[in-house]
Write a protein that binds this ligand. Structure first.
Ligand SMILES: [Zn+2]
Ligand SMILES: [Zn+2]
Length: 359
């Protein structure tokens, strides 16, 4: 039996806009933890298992080895690892907090950016040319959104790697010692607003431009209700935190990030540091010189390296880690930045030493 509830106008507006914001976010952000995509990921892995005769999956040390089917798909040493357990905790925390960031930032940064773009274009070029929307335009809209999103993602990610005070937040993602599909959401809770703010800004920038050109009469092309390109690339997103290597041909890897390319992003070997930082394409990594296309079966030990790993292992350590690191930075040198850099270099030298020992 359904009961009718009276919804007041204010609640109605909030509900409508929240739903709209939520739909917009979920359809545009290459979001991966969806059953259909996970199912495609596992099906593709089965094909890889047959084609490579049991090769192509990595163990918890990031080393490729031949495995039997169950071990190939769900290696025990990966799923029983403390890092995989911490992934679950961080994922739950992120899930609980995400709606806050998304709604707060999409409803502030989004509209402000969009209106600013429309006003600026109107001021510079006069009234909207009122172009006619066609499917090709809608496709272009989706593509430009994706390229812009990827660029903002790249810049945000690059800054998180290069600016010591931000690296301590992002380190939580890199402290994963094994890769599972949940590692995608393994982030410190302070990283959520940074990523959400970047997404809101990038989508609003393009939305404002297209709204101006088409006088508001255009929507991006979709496929099965999802953002056209995010649907295609969502799969890449899911697969990049899976221990099975999915390589693309070299020429394609120069345009689109293959999932295997993210394996190197998570490796603590020096040659892999700060590489492959975009979410979808390889264009920006090529432009900024951070592209790294791994060899087949390349060894990629995951995590931040044993010398600093013990500080970032449990859920509690990962949640409090950035605050401790900031405190250390502030107390180390005369200026926080100088302290930050020496702290970071310290950690990196540790990883260097380890590399020499392990080779
Ligand atoms: Zn990173
Ligand atoms: Zn990652």
């Amino acid at each position: 039996m359904q009961s009718e509830t009276i919804v007041g106008p204010f609640t109605d507006i909030v509900q409508q806009s929240t739903r709209f914001i939520w739909e917009m976010t979920s359809s545009n952000i290459p979001n991966d933890l969806r059953w259909d995509r996970l199912l495609i990921m596992v099906s593709l892995s089965l094909i890889l298992f047959v084609v490579y005769k049991g090769h192509g999956s990595k163990n918890s040390e990031g080393r490729e080895r031949k495995a039997k089917l169950l071990e190939f798909l769900f290696p025990k040493d990966i799923y029983a690892h403390v890092s995989a357990r911490v992934d679950i905790g961080l994922w739950i925390l992120e899930r609980c907090l995400r709606p806050l960031w998304v709604v707060a930032l999409f409803s502030t940064i989004g509209p402000t950016t969009e209106q600013a773009v429309i006003s600026l274009l109107g001021f510079s070029f006069g009234p909207s040319p009122e172009l006619e929307s066609t499917f090709v335009w809608m496709l272009l809209y989706a593509m430009v959104s994706l390229l812009c999103y990827d660029f903002v993602f790249f810049i945000t990610h690059y800054s998180m790697h290069k600016i010591p005070a931000l690296w301590v937040i992002h380190k939580v993602h890199h402290s994963a010692e094994v890769l599972t599909p949940l590692t995608r959401s393994r982030e410190h809770f302070l990283a959520g607003p940074i990523w959400a703010g970047g997404s809101a800004f990038s989508f609003a920038l393009v939305a404002g431009t297209f709204a101006y050109l088409f006088n508001g009469g255009i929507t991006p092309a979709t496929i099965l209700g999802a953002g056209f390109f995010s649907f295609i690339f969502g799969l890449t997103g899911a697969f990049r935190h899976y221990h099975i290597q999915l390589h693309y041909p070299r020429w394609l890897s120069r345009w689109i990030q293959s999932p295997a390319m993210h394996h190197t992003h998570h490796s603590y070997l020096e040659k892999h540091w700060d590489t492959n930082m975009a979410a979808v394409t390889s264009i920006y990594d090529r432009l900024f010189g951070t592209l790294y296309i791994p060899e087949k079966d390349e060894y990629t030990p995951w995590g931040i390296g044993p010398h600093t790993q013990h500080d970032y292992r449990s859920f509690w350590q990962n949640t409090t880690g950035p605050f401790k690191d900031w405190y250390k930075m502030l107390n180390k040198g005369a200026s926080p930045q100088a302290g930050a850099i020496s702290d970071l270099n310290g950690a990196r030298n540790d990883r260097d030493n380890l590399k020499k020992v392990s080779q």
